[in-house]
Design a protein around this ligand. Structure first.
Ligand code: CP
Length: 319
């Protein structure tokens, strides 16, 4: 069966998911990101790798970090960046996703960065481009429903590698609403592919997928047990917008059971790092003393996201 992420030569043509990406491809993206990190420190923060190319940011869901860092990354690669204002686009008049794509291709789009509430929307676009003979146009999944957020997974791996060097001896806890989290799925696929020693999925029964153990994680319903002796703790937001009905008694109750406080963090390794993809809900999944404390690397994740997204776009464009 054709792998929708690869072209006829077996090269990465779209980035749709970390699931199925070989370890050497992930490592190549992280290594390439390292080479782009210093571009942000230059007086002239630009390299010409995407000069003359048009990158279309098409976000059907809200975003602060992903949309903005993709725009910065594309501009640092010297691309022309077009941010489609979806709320004011003809989507509101009933134009379909694929008709919108066809029109943007007619405007000479070279790359789409797509966020959509529907799981699989970026796959639909990639398949449509293939069927219409436009494999030269690339698609990057910037988050689809609860399915995948591959560049967040990659920037999380970049952050972990930056602070911990090697994955082989690491214990990583992913805490919170894993059921609705595309970040959790991407992180789990990346961590297991990169050989993390142990990945724990920590949360209440109602917020864990029933088959999560099949992804190679250890399930913990108790937060203290889940973070004990961890090297890395990844906190997740309650994704209320994707919940059907109440899965929790209250936010206060949730914080009491699953909120990361300094007391709970003290159970992890003394040099443990705390990560969060954002946006954070302080006082719901994380205490401000932790979020702003010395072990938090949450804003470093955002900065690394620029280099990682530069790497992804550069590799897709064939550099
Ligand atoms: N982490 C993340 O996807 O944040 P945004 O929703 O702000 O892009």
């Amino acid at each position: 069966m054709r792998n929708p992420q690869l072209n006829a030569h077996g090269e990465l043509n779209h980035l749709l998911s970390i699931d199925g990406l070989p370890r050497d491809v992930i490592t190549h993206i992280l290594d390439t990101a390292s080479s782009f990190l210093e571009v942000s420190d230059r007086d002239v923060k630009k390299v010409p790798l995407l000069r003359g190319k048009s990158v279309f940011n098409v976000f059907f869901e809200n975003s602060t970090r992903t949309r903005t860092t993709f725009e910065i990354a594309a501009k640092r690669l010297s691309a022309d960046v077009i941010n489609l204002d979806v709320a004011r686009s003809s989507t509101a008049k009933g134009e379909t996703l694929l008709d919108t794509v066809d029109n943007l291709v007619a405007m000479h789009a070279d790359m789409f960065v797509v966020r959509h509430a529907a799981s699989g929307a970026p796959y639909l676009i990639a398949e449509h481009l293939h069927r219409t003979g436009r494999d030269d146009v690339h698609v990057v999944n910037a988050g689809d429903g609860r399915h995948a957020h591959p560049t967040q997974g990659l920037l999380d791996m970049y952050t972990i590698r930056h602070y911990k060097q090697d994955f082989a001896n690491l214990t990583v806890a992913i805490v919170g609403d894993i059921l609705h989290s595309r970040v959790a799925r991407s992180d789990i696929h990346a961590l297991t592919t990169l050989g993390a020693a142990e990945v724990r999925a920590v949360g209440p029964q109602t917020l864990l997928p029933t088959d999560v153990e099949r992804m190679g994680v250890r399930v913990c319903h108790d937060l203290r047990e889940g973070v004990r002796d961890c090297d890395v703790i990844i906190m997740l937001r309650l994704q209320n917008e994707r919940m059907n009905g109440a899965l929790l008694p209250s936010a206060r109750e949730y914080f009491n059971c699953y909120g990361l406080t300094p007391e709970v963090l003290a159970l992890a390794r003394p040099d443990a790092i705390v990560m969060h993809p954002g946006p954070m809900n302080r006082g719901v999944e994380i205490d401000s003393d932790v979020a702003d404390g010395p072990q938090a690397v949450i804003l470093s994740q955002v900065s690394f996201g620029i280099a990682v997204r530069m790497a992804v776009m550069s590799i897709l464009a064939g550099n």
